[in-house]
Design a protein around this ligand. Structure first.
Ligand code: SF4
Length: 298
């Protein structure tokens, strides 16, 4: 079974990449197919970096649209390039459909009750990479630290995917209709979870002290908050901070909410969150998002 490190651009999963070498290191980038989303962000993606991202994605995801913008902190992109140099192994980049395509095709805004976004934007591209180019099942390292071992309970190891469509004839009709199809699905266990940081009792302080000299010397830079900046798993105080740092990403999310008439958070719209007062101590940048799939990690 091959070993796979699933990376997010946060310090913890990057620690796994540095300390626990695997056969494959993979990063799934959440894309937005609208260049306005990254118009006003703290870290600017210039033309050269956009080309570097497209070169990376081209290798295994040439069927996907050109990269224009991301829902994650754009600094994550630089982090992944820095990390690749630091570990001295190739990091494979994959992407799924754009976040806007996901919302428009399904006419819904992901939320705590229906978080389809992790599956479509993170799990699916990694599954297809492994299914088409490597082998399954695999051993997948997940960056849950010893101080967040409760997340292990929610880890899922299966994936359901369509294998073929089958035409059928409606009993009331004499004719075969091109509209009548069954979609045949298969559910398979595609990964065995490994949690080396829980086993080795690695806490957040250990991760921070490992990276400190590299950050201080400018070898690598990490975004203050990884993954989608408006994620419904994040506390609203964190989303507020993210809206200040990456204004255009959260404005894109606000437009999506307005178009669909629903909100990511169950109580607050992105525009309302932008009016929340900034929390300076307890909450600021200390609480990240957490997908149950174990992909949207900090
Ligand atoms: S970070 Fe949040 S919004 Fe983004 S894919 Fe994961 S669960 Fe969905």
């Amino acid at each position: 079974m091959i070993t796979v490190n699933s990376l997010s651009g946060g310090k913890t999963s990057s620690y796994i990449a540095a300390k626990y070498p695997a056969d494959i290191d993979v990063f799934a980038l959440v894309c937005i197919d609208n260049h306005n989303a990254n118009a006003k962000t703290a870290f600017k993606i210039d033309a050269k970096m956009r080309q570097m991202v497209n070169d990376k994605l081209q290798k295994y995801c040439s069927n996907m649209p050109e990269f224009l913008a991301t829902a994650e902190d754009p600094l994550t992109i630089k982090t992944m390039f820095d990390l690749e140099q630091h570990i001295g192994r190739e990091i494979i980049w994959v992407r799924g459909i754009g976040y806007d395509t996901l919302i428009n095709q399904n006419s819904f805004i992901p939320n705590a009750m229906a978080g389809k976004c992790t599956t479509i934007l993170k799990i699916e591209p990694i599954f297809w990479l492994l299914y088409l180019y490597f082998s399954l099942p695999c051993k997948m390292r997940i960056g849950y630290r010893a101080d967040e071992s409760d997340r292990e309970e929610h880890f899922t190891d299966y994936y359901k995917f369509p294998i073929y469509s089958q035409k059928y004839r409606d009993e009331k009709s004499m004719f075969w209709s091109s509209k009548n199809y069954f979609q045949r699905w298969v559910q398979t266990v595609y990964r065995v979870g490994e949690f080396p940081l829980i086993e080795d009792q690695i806490f957040k302080a250990d991760v921070n002290s490992y990276w400190k000299p590299f950050i201080d010397s400018g070898v690598i830079e990490f975004p203050p908050d990884t993954n989608c900046q408006f994620c419904h798993h994040k506390p609203i105080e964190q989303v507020k901070i993210n809206s200040m740092r990456n204004e255009s990403i959260n404005m894109w999310a606000a437009v999506m909410e307005d178009m669909q008439g629903h909100t990511f958070d169950k109580d607050w719209s992105i525009l309302e969150i932008q009016n929340v007062a900034v929390q300076q101590d307890l909450f600021t940048n200390k609480l990240g998002g957490g997908c149950k799939g174990g992909y949207c990690l900090s």
